[in-house]
Design a protein. Sequence first.
Length: 514
Amino acid sequence: MGPLVRLSFESDRPRKAGLDEAGALRAALAAAGRDLLNLSARAGSGAAECLQFQLALLDDETHVEPAFARIADGLSADAAWRRIMDDLIHIYGADPSEYVRARRLDVADLRDRVLTALHGERRAEGPPAGAIVVAEDLPPSRFLELDWSDGGGIVLSRGSTMSHTAILARSSGVPMIVQVGDIPNASQAILDADAGSLELDPSEETLRAFVRTSAARAMRAPPAVRADLGAPATYRGERVQLLLNIEGPESLSHPASRFADGVGLMRTEFLFLGRNETPNEEAQLEVYRAVLRWAGDRPVTIRTVDAGGDKTIGGLSDEGEANPFLGMRGLRLSLRRPDFFAVQLRALARAAVNDRLKVMFPMVTVPSEFEAAKAMFYRIVETLRAEGREARVPELGMMVEVPAAALTIADFDAAFFSIGANDLTQFVMACDRANGTVSHLYDPMNPAVVELVRRVADHGRARGAPVSLCGDLAGDPAHTQSLLKYGLRELSMSPNSLPAVKSAILAIGEAVLV
């Protein structure tokens, strides 16, 4: 519950041209770049991925130089920049790929950020903490600028449940509903994101009911501080491992992390995003060791870089792919760039001296890819030992996110498997999870997806190979019992989701005892 505040991001205010319009635009571009980098640093590694597209546009001369050509032809800096960016927005909006069309919002956000700098203004102050924000759509950079410390929520007339902003909202615990259509003006509202409802200017009776419900919830100890969350989670007498999905060491500062049984997925893309130079072996090694130090005797699974798709890394990812999600990405891309891949494998091999480390490869489709990566890892370890460095081959596993891999899972000689529910659902349902118009088809509990999840879980149990499930599905307590029934005993999720999932498992155990 809170005040309803409508946000608009584009400004058409006129600006008086100066003597050096080209210099003014250069200064504005530099200021916008600094703002994005500072925002990324403040918000943590997860934001770097969301803001990478805008930073890449600023560094791309093919998009920036035409604006200076327009200035040379006599246009003011803001008119030139607006025209170039509006043309680019139109190009992205007309692309046949939904993934590419979704980037319109990022381009518009960058356009307005530079225009604000040109006008010598600061970005408009956001609504007060606790407000319910209404907008047509909300760029990830704007989400990161707003103050969510006292609650609040988001209601979008357009938007997507799988957008970068939605991902940030889920990880931050901010309620959000999308594709609501036209939203009338109101002074106050009650947002129920679980039910997908928004009540405008609620009656006194409704407000009193809301206050009573809130008070009742407040009387119950929140899951993050329940004493029994320190107890092991079990299901039918078997231990359930609740693991963390993290971007880097800073993710482990979340208060719920202390209840985790380890790290089930450490993404490594954050090491490479938003940087002018690829981090060297020593820099990567220190990050891996920092996470292992935090874990102590708990296991840590690190995924090799999963570039491509919606995670573009300068100098590594292919540009201009018509369908990047089905193109050169994940392990495919790493194997094609052995020079880049070798640096990461060397750092991981040295970190693996700590025997709690496990390493997995993303986007594995056929056994030959996994075998090639494994063989490369063994060669790396031999080279390091010949150099007199301590190194070992850790347990090597794979992400199961391609239907072909799930259907032929018995053909893979992996030590463990991690089901990537987000991509697996997307591929099985032929449904772009960033496309809000087909979001009703994106159902990780669809029988076709469930069949593949059970297939992999059954294979792992029969072979004695651990199988975990990561992605949004693992962190949804509404489906926890179903996942346990499918045979899964390892669930990997964001720190924000862990208390609710552990509480759900403990509640299942209590119900059995009763």
